[in-house]
Design a binder for this molecule. Structure first.
Ligand code: GDP
Length: 465
């Protein structure tokens, strides 16, 4: 079954040769970036944990911390003060939940870590997707306290089972390495038995998702009591049986992500912006391939219009260039701002990315999802793009290892099944084969606020233009 696309999207990627300055910039690098998704059930302590970590590592000043604490007290939610470090707007604070994917950073000996915080509330899965689709690795936060861990593992019902759902999500997006942060160990007397019981429940599930045992690090900790976050434990009970790494040390042992510097430039647009320094036509996002500098020519997809890079900012500071792995704000000139929108992609001028009109995808149907049929209507999310789409073909069912089960032409897809299917977006989306650019080849299918399936693009079968 060697279906080829009707035509190639551009010259083959291996014909691309990076310019000298691009290779030079890599040598000047200080610390490699690692994008880390924080996932887990609502109230597991994700925000508390990250707030603490950022505070300890000096990324949040005393003054800011004091401000957050004061604001928290005013609304009567003192215990949330650390969580608030990551929340952005006052509106979110008064609701007491993290709504947006806040971006924060801290350092380990080896990495500059970009934290993609993901809210645990079910309504906010789309934000979670946006975060997870950029992740190199993930911290899965579970609540060790009695009953809470079990709720996070349950498959059905509103607001439960998110430990499973989020973990499947990050894995289906190609994330292979995780830390399981077993939080709130203070609430269970730092019991070794409790950690063992949680491991025994979670491990088979993680294996089933396709995580190798060697790629999982289990870290017992307490965000509240600051046990085992950055330094070795001080609690006598925990010390008596645990002598493994702290959370920070465990994060530092992640394998570095591969850098696509030798691939043509690609930047999926996360947001459009206007600013005094970058002008009326500016975008922000994470660079997924290649590098640009001021004066570089780019193509804005899907319109295909050319533009010139006028200004670059990283972390609010001007920069002369930006390269793969960087989060950057980019000001463009010689372009109509109307052709810039979330979900579009800036490309190297010789390697455009025409919008795909028919995709072959490999998906995992989530546990909470209803049956999927040929003709089912879904919303396909790919990097920051989102578009109504129709399932046009159920190609084959796959086994646990992802291999096609022979002679099983599926007529319906059920929860927990893996399959190859074809989908047709209403309007073309700038998606890529996962093997070419991971972040542009991760997809998610949703309907009526529910996540149905997650997976990767195996082939682009047709293009719109
Ligand atoms: P999120 O929804 O996962 O971001 O969870 P939050 O960070 O908002 O925490 C939820 C609740 O758990 C808050 O009331 C926290 O104070 C509490 N919490 C967080 N970490 C710990 C911990 O280590 N021990 C205990 N006992 N409570 C914690």
């Amino acid at each position: 079954d060697e279906r080829k696309p009707k035509r190639e999207p551009g010259p083959p990627l291996d014909s691309y040769e990076p310019e000298g300055w691009m290779l030079e910039t890599l040598k000047q690098e200080n610390k490699q970036l690692l994008h880390l998704a924080i996932v887990g059930h609502v109230d597991a302590g994700k925000s508390t944990l990250m707030g603490r970590l950022l505070h300890i590592l000096g990324q949040v000043s005393k003054k800011e911390m004091h401000k957050y604490e004061k604001e928290a007290k005013q609304i009567g939610k003192g215990s949330f003060s650390y969580a608030w470090v990551l929340d952005e707007s006052a509106e979110e604070r008064s609701r007491g939940i993290t709504m947006t994917v806040a971006v924060a950073q801290f350092e380990t000996p080896k990495y500059q870590i970009v934290v993609l915080d993901s809210p645990g509330h079910r309504d906010f899965i789309p934000n979670m997707i946006s975060g997870a689709s950029q992740a190199d690795a993930a911290v899965v936060v579970v609540d060790a306290s009695t009953g809470a861990f079990e709720a996070g593992m349950e498959g059905e019902g509103q607001g439960v089972g998110q430990t499973k759902e989020h973990t499947q999500l990050v894995r289906s997006f190609g994330v292979e390495q995780i830390v399981v942060a077993v939080n709130k160990m203070d609430a269970v007397g730092y019991s070794e038995d409790r950690l063992s019981a949680i491991k025994a429940t979670l491990r088979p599930f993680l294996r089933q998702c396709g995580f190798k045992d060697s790629a999982i690090r289990w870290i017992p900790l307490s965000a509240m009591e600051n046990e085992n976050l950055v330094t070795q434990p001080t609690n006598e009970q925990l010390k008596s049986w645990y002598n493994g790494p702290s959370l920070l040390e465990a994060i530092d042992t992640f394998e570095p992500p591969l850098r696509n510097v030798a691939k043509p430039f690609r930047l999926p647009i996360a947001e459009t912006l206007k600013s005094r320094t970058l002008g009326q036509a500016a975008v922000s996002g994470k660079i997924e391939g290649g590098a640009i500098k001021i004066g570089s020519k780019v193509l804005v997809m899907p319109s295909g219009l050319p533009a010139i890079v006028k200004g670059i900012e990283q972390n609010g500071k001007p920069s002369s260039l930006a390269r793969v792995g960087d989060n950057a704000d980019i000001g463009l000139q010689a372009v109509d701002p109307a052709c810039l929108f979330q979900g579009g992609v800036l490309c190297h001028p010789d390697y455009p990315l025409p919008p795909a009109s028919l995709l072959e995808v490999k998906v995992l149907v989530l546990e909470t999802s209803g049956p999927l049929l040929r003709g089912s209507q879904v919303i396909v999310h790919c990097h920051h793009a989102k578009e109504p789409a129709r399932i046009t073909k159920l190609v084959s069912l796959l086994d646990q290892k992802g291999e096609a089960i022979p002679n099983r032409k599926p007529r319906v897809l059920l929860a927990n099944q893996r399959a190859i299917i074809e989908i047709q977006p209403e309007r073309g989306i700038c998606a890529e084969q996962y093997a070419r650019y991971k972040a542009l080849g991760r997809i998610i299918l949703r309907d009526s606020g529910k996540t149905l399936a997650v997976g990767i693009v195996t082939r682009v079968l047709d293009y719109e233009q």
